[in-house]
Design a protein around this ligand. Sequence first.
Ligand SMILES: [Zn+2]
Length: 278
Amino acid sequence: MGSTTTPATPGPQRNTPRKPKKSLYPAAIEREYVRFVQASATRVIDAVERFVVPALATGRSDDLAHPPEDDRWYTALELAFKEALAAALVSPESLRAVIALFGSRVNAFNARQFHELLRAAYGVDIFRAEPVLEQLMRVWEAENLRLIQSVPTQYLDQLQGRVVAAVQRGETLRSLTAYVRSTYDLPTNRAELIARDQIGKLNGRLTGYRQRNIGISEYNWRGVLDTRERDEHVAREGQTFAWDKPPPDGHPGEPIRCRCWAEPKLPDLDDLDGLIVH
Ligand SMILES: [Zn+2]
């Protein structure tokens, strides 16, 4: 296997590694994933406008400042929320295929970063079979399917409870409609949070798996060191952790929206497991 096509090959093989270069974060894939997950928020908002907002008028008007006297409004609202949910959900099959595509893009990005780091540090690349990878990806995909589908279901469930309570308080139609529309940023923001968090978690898990798989047992905590990074993570900067002994909130990437990364403590080349490729 004498490939000589890598342009950044830093000279001959070294047993003692150079300091590892910084691993990049899959930021462009993350931005696209945010747009994909946010489409589920857009669908549920459209469905609320189409089914729920018109149903708010049942038994309500702007000069009626007391709770309605019969329960027609409740039946109408319940039906409207059911219709909205049916309109907002898409088939799991279509979501699953796109989720898997994003997962494999993060995996390819992570593998490239990992091998570039090894090559820069040792002057050679190291390969080893990754038997657990398939299972790790399937778990991530299933979890993402569940989370994306929970964007419309969780939002509609909360909204229904709040609208029912507001009607019972005697809110006017105008204030009910304004209230419903004021909640539209909830599913949008939650979709963004899910997307960013899940890309970071997958990238972090892949990094951990790849490092351990070739026999790297420790890493130094590295953060982005900007104003958004948590104080506890800034305080960890440069500290060494063992892969089999995570900090209380998990390895880099595991805490919600954590963008920190694990800089491997590289042993001598002799001490790694895998096939050396010049
Ligand atoms: Zn962090």
